[in-house]
Design a binder for this molecule. Structure first.
Ligand SMILES: [Zn+2]
Ligand SMILES: [Zn+2]
Length: 181
């Protein structure tokens, strides 16, 4: 997501350019479509990028563990600082702000990193495939969105967890036997 801003850097303070964004961006180990509108404004020291972008990324539901496409809205507002003077080519001092975004020596403003950071911040802590996701049955593990089971509603009995350990123990010994063959 790169924009050449050489003309806008020469333009007077306050001048505005509007862009329609329709890009594929690598956000979290996957290419996500990013769409929306972006406004670039020349300020006295930078180019201010502001806009609302929409994307979606593949997440795992925290209740039913199925993967689903989660829509995200990114309200981007970031200043991009030029690293060199567009007329003389002399390098410019950057503001004393850690991690500030820059425009490179070819006058390219690259939004990719900002989109990535905003998207990662927008990911919900406990993603849900739907508000009413029924989750997994704690007893048999079936996905209650897809099937219903006849398990008793309150299986939190210690005997069941003992049984669970037994089953896991048996599996472990089976695996060991396989390993020695
Ligand atoms: Zn779910
Ligand atoms: Zn069940």
């Amino acid at each position: 997501m790169q924009i050449n801003v050489s003309q806008q850097l020469k333009a007077p303070i306050g001048s505005i350019r509007d862009y329609v964004v329709n890009e594929i961006v690598d956000i979290a180990d996957g290419n996500s479509p990013v769409q929306g509108e972006l406004r670039l404004m020349r300020t006295d020291r930078s180019i201010l990028a502001k806009g609302t972008l929409h994307t979606e990324i593949e997440l795992t539901c925290s209740r039913c563990l199925s993967s689903f496409s989660c829509p995200l809205t990114l309200n981007i507002e970031e200043e991009y600082f030029p690293t060199s003077d567009t007329v003389t080519g002399a390098s410019l001092p950057l503001p004393d702000e850690p991690g500030c975004f820059t425009i490179d020596e070819y006058n390219i403003l690259d939004l990719t990193e900002a989109i990535r950071q905003y998207a990662l911040m927008a990911i919900p802590m406990k993603p849900l495939c739907g508000e009413d996701c029924a989750g997994l049955c704690p007893t048999c593990g079936c996905n209650l969105n897809q099937v219903s089971c006849n398990c008793p509603p309150k299986p939190a009995d210690s005997r069941w967890s003992e049984l669970g350990k037994l089953v896991l123990g048996n599996q472990a010994s089976v695996n060991e036997q396989k390993g020695t063959e």
